[in-house]
Design a protein around this ligand. Structure first.
Ligand code: FDA
Length: 297
């Protein structure tokens, strides 16, 4: 119930405009957002690297409808890759294709994505293509597969809650595309996705086992101890754990200390509202955390 309400709020454009421009909202988002600027986010990545934790840098933004904005977002992600390389950061970037223009023109979006993957390959990094809501899955995977064929240096993201994901896992494994498996963060209809947490968890465990057994260097993206325990019997050099900035730092450090590879997803930028609201949707206790900080502010 509460989850659906926050996901609904995450899609409200007028609320988004108001929140992203409000001075009081910024301090409240700090737990989950590394900063407004690339420099702040790179500092966070370097601090993580110093603890032996890798990063994937996300310039926040999605649902872009203006060509100039898509171009600007592409240029910013190119800068992220250049700076990761220049500072010697152990890191990749994560992007959403609707940020690169998927809703405007698929050809333009592909061209932007290609520029990013080409630079990632040249600099020894990788582009991780976040997965958005279900109407985008086919188009996103088509672009990822194409760029995997041209360059490598990509990662696809699949969501355990979608009925289709078992077939997508099989296909990505056959093609040798590395996959990040997550539970899924959007409000999806019953016709395409499992609704119950127990069902999603069971699918997650089964799909991660298939990826760990047959996939190419998968990423197990979760903060759930039970999902983590499903992966730990597999050889630590065959996969990595991924977690979000500001979530379960205890678990991030513990897994690193046990010798597992851990990568943290580090979001930055001004367009924080939809990402932030999805984090609230995932855990109602975050709303209490926010309310306490708001009263203190
Ligand atoms: P679950 O939601 O069951 O949470 C398990 C436990 O983890 C909770 O009890 C709590 O302790 C902790 N926790 C989880 N979320 C928290 C939060 N927001 N704040 C505080 N504690 C929290 N989704 C998507 O649709 N497309 C994508 O591309 C991605 N990409 C992505 C990258 C990475 C690195 C991660 C970790 C996650 C994603 N996701 C995503 C989000 C994912 O689909 C999912 O919504 C969240 O990871 C929450 O699911 P958990 O597996 O953590 O389990």
């Amino acid at each position: 119930m509460l989850r659906s309400f926050f996901i609904y709020l995450s899609q409200q454009k007028s609320l988004r405009r108001m929140m992203e421009h409000s001075a009081f909202a910024k301090p409240l988002t700090r737990r989950f957002i590394a900063g407004n600027t690339l420099e702040e986010a790179l500092d966070v990545c370097q601090r993580l690297n110093a603890e032996g934790i890798m990063a994937t840098l996300d310039y926040l933004g999605e649902s872009v409808t203006v060509v100039e904005e898509a171009r600007r977002c592409c240029a910013q992600s190119l800068r992220s890759l250049e700076e990761i390389h220049r500072r010697g950061i152990e890191g990749t970037i994560s992007v959403k294709l609707t940020q690169l223009g998927l809703d405007i023109d698929e050809g333009l979006c592909l061209e932007h994505a290609r520029q990013l993957v080409e630079l990632a390959k040249r600099t020894g990094s990788r582009v991780e293509f976040d997965m958005e809501s279900h109407p985008y899955v086919d188009r996103t995977l088509a672009i990822v597969e194409r760029l995997h064929g041209e360059f490598g240096s990509v990662r696809a993201v699949l969501q355990a809650y979608l009925f289709r994901t078992e077939a997508d896992v099989r296909r990505m494994n056959e093609l040798g595309v590395p996959v990040r498996i997550c539970k899924g963060a959007y409000a999806e209809p019953d016709s395409v996705a499992y609704a119950e947490k127990e069902q999603v968890d069971a699918r997650y465990l089964a799909l991660s086992k298939t990826l760990l057994g047959q996939g190419t260097y998968p990423a197990i993206a979760t903060h759930d101890d039970r999902m983590v325990a499903g992966a730990t019997p597999f050889a630590a050099d065959r996969f990595e754990f991924q977690m979000l900035y500001g979530v379960r730092r205890d678990l991030q450090r513990k897994l690193r200390a046990q010798g597992y590879r851990v990568r943290v997803y580090v979001p930055y930028g001004e367009a924080w509202y939809p990402y932030f609201m999805r984090r609230l949707a995932e855990r109602p206790a975050n709303v209490l955390f926010l309310a306490r900080n708001f009263l203190r502010f």
